[in-house]
Design a protein around this ligand. Structure first.
Ligand SMILES: *[C@@H]1O[C@H](CO)[C@@H](O)[C@H](O)[C@H]1NC(C)=O
Ligand SMILES: *[C@@H]1O[C@H](CO)[C@@H](O)[C@H](O)[C@H]1NC(C)=O
Ligand SMILES: *[C@@H]1O[C@H](CO)[C@@H](O)[C@H](O)[C@H]1NC(C)=O
Length: 411
């Protein structure tokens, strides 16, 4: 029964999302029309073979120095080969980067200089920027995945580029764009404020390594809504310095789910607060709602809500791990920890493939407190056996019906 209900709720949101992906944002019409700067007027060929990097850079410079609101246009039906580039502000007026066609990354890794392999397209220091248009950003990630040390253990570990990075942007809107086969992280928001991400479709094979859908760090006042994210790693990773993030109507899977952290690596200080994750569907993900911190860090992760979440076939649906360790050898025990408090898991139901549906694994010295479990119903996928929960040093309370019964091991 639970299964059937999950499926029912599932599809309407997917349909809704795919419909909204197809509609084209209208802009550039009417009174006070912005000035349009098309890459085609700056020498771009748009055949997917010739390098159009310089053309885009020139068109950006023109748009960015326009005294009237500007549209930087990437025309529909064509594919523009772009090497790594940074488009910088400040701009004289608001710029809309209208991607109607496709931006495609080079196939060869040698097109990246040794010293900048971390980024493909960077937008830096722009205020009032909109990126939209219904087009595609294609990272051509296949070559990077094949050469990843996570796939081929004989290869050295090198960094792969993030497809789209927003750095030091204020009043940013990214809407109605597809990001496919990104080299590593798909979309990263760093040191930004007042950000809206909506109607994004981010896809790549589930087997692709280390590929986060949306990565947010050192940013505040961020909204993410109506996104479809299918990836090889975290669907969303929420890192240090994120404050006031609201996520709603996101469909995610496969991938690792929604993670806050890892925080506090290498004894660092981390601060995360005001995270609201609401109305999310996760399917086939390794984790569901997760907060993870390394031992030895400091700072806090607090005032966090995960609610109205449907999980289908998820490995670790609810997990707080203050003893996170991703190295091959066990991490040593340390006194310090990033403090975790006021985390609410509410209205969460669905299925899991591993028994441990709820895991609260907290630090010996800095326990996690004010953990609320409210109206939770997590069953084994296929209905075989009972789910369980394990807890360590957690201070929690329960409200409504919670299944599995939390913390039966009384820790
Ligand atoms: C934010 O940017 C939009 C353009 O994308 C602009 O219309 C709006 O006035 C800006 N808001 C603020 C508060 O600057
Ligand atoms: C991000 O990019 C990686 C490719 O590297 C991909 O595997 C992953 O699925 C992508 N995630 C999203 C959300 O596209
Ligand atoms: C908590 O994490 C530690 C370190 O990874 C592990 O040894 C322990 O078994 C975990 N406890 C629970 C209850 O999962």
């Amino acid at each position: 029964m639970a299964w059937a209900m999950t499926k029912l709720v599932w599809s309407p949101l997917l349909v809704l999302l795919s419909l909204s992906m197809m509609s084209n944002a209208s802009s550039g019409n009417g009174i006070g029309s912005p000035v349009v700067f098309s890459v085609d007027n700056y020498g771009a060929r748009g055949d997917g073979k010739h390098d159009d990097t310089q053309a885009l850079a020139k068109a950006w410079n023109a748009a960015c120095s326009s005294s009237r609101p500007a549209v930087l246009l990437v025309p529909k039906g064509k594919s523009y080969l772009l090497k790594s580039l940074t488009l910088s502000g400040p701009c004289k007026s608001n710029v809309a980067f209208m991607v109607k066609g496709t931006l495609v990354a080079p196939q060869s890794r040698s097109d990246w200089s040794e010293d900048n392999r971390r980024h493909w397209i960077v937008l830096h220091g722009v205020s009032g920027l909109t990126v939209t248009g219904g087009g595609t950003i294609d990272g051509n990630g296949d070559i990077w995945w094949k050469n990843s040390c996570k796939i081929d253990k004989a290869l050295p570990c090198t960094e792969a580029p993030t497809a789209l990075t927003f750095h030091m942007c204020d009043n940013l809107t990214v809407e109605n764009i597809r990001i496919v086969d990104s080299q590593q992280i798909n979309l990263s928001v760093e040191d930004c404020s007042d950000v809206r991400l909506a109607r994004l479709s981010i896809t790549a094979p589930g087997t692709s390594p280390n590929t986060d859908g949306i990565h947010i760090t050192r940013s505040k006042d961020v909204q993410v809504r109506d996104c479809l994210i299918k990836t090889g790693d975290d669907c969303m990773s929420i890192e240090d310095g994120t404050h006031n993030l609201r996520v709603s109507k996101v469909v995610c899977g496969p991938g690792h789910g929604i993670s806050i952290g890892s925080l506090g690596d290498d004894n660092s200080r981390a601060e995360v607060s005001g995270i609201y994750i609401d109305t999310v569907q996760l399917y086939g993900t390794t984790n569901g709602a997760r907060v993870k911190t390394y031992q030895g860090g400091s700072g806090y992760a607090k005032d966090i809500v995960f609610q109205n979440i449907i999980m289908d076939n998820v490995q670790n649906p609810i997990i707080i791990d203050q003893n996170y360790c991703d190295s091959a050898k066990p991490c040593k025990n340390q006194e310090l920890a990033v403090e975790i408090s006021n985390v609410v898991f509410k209205n969460i139901r669905g299925t899991t493939v591993s028994k441990d549906a709820i895991q609260l694994n907290c630090s010996n010295s800095v326990s996690c407190s004010d953990i609320v479990l409210e109206n939770i119903n997590l069953k084994m996928e296929g209905g075989e056996g009972e789910t369980e929960s394990t807890c360590q040093n957690a201070r929690w309370r329960k409200s409504g019906n919670v299944s599995p019964l939390p913390c039966k091991n009384k820790n």
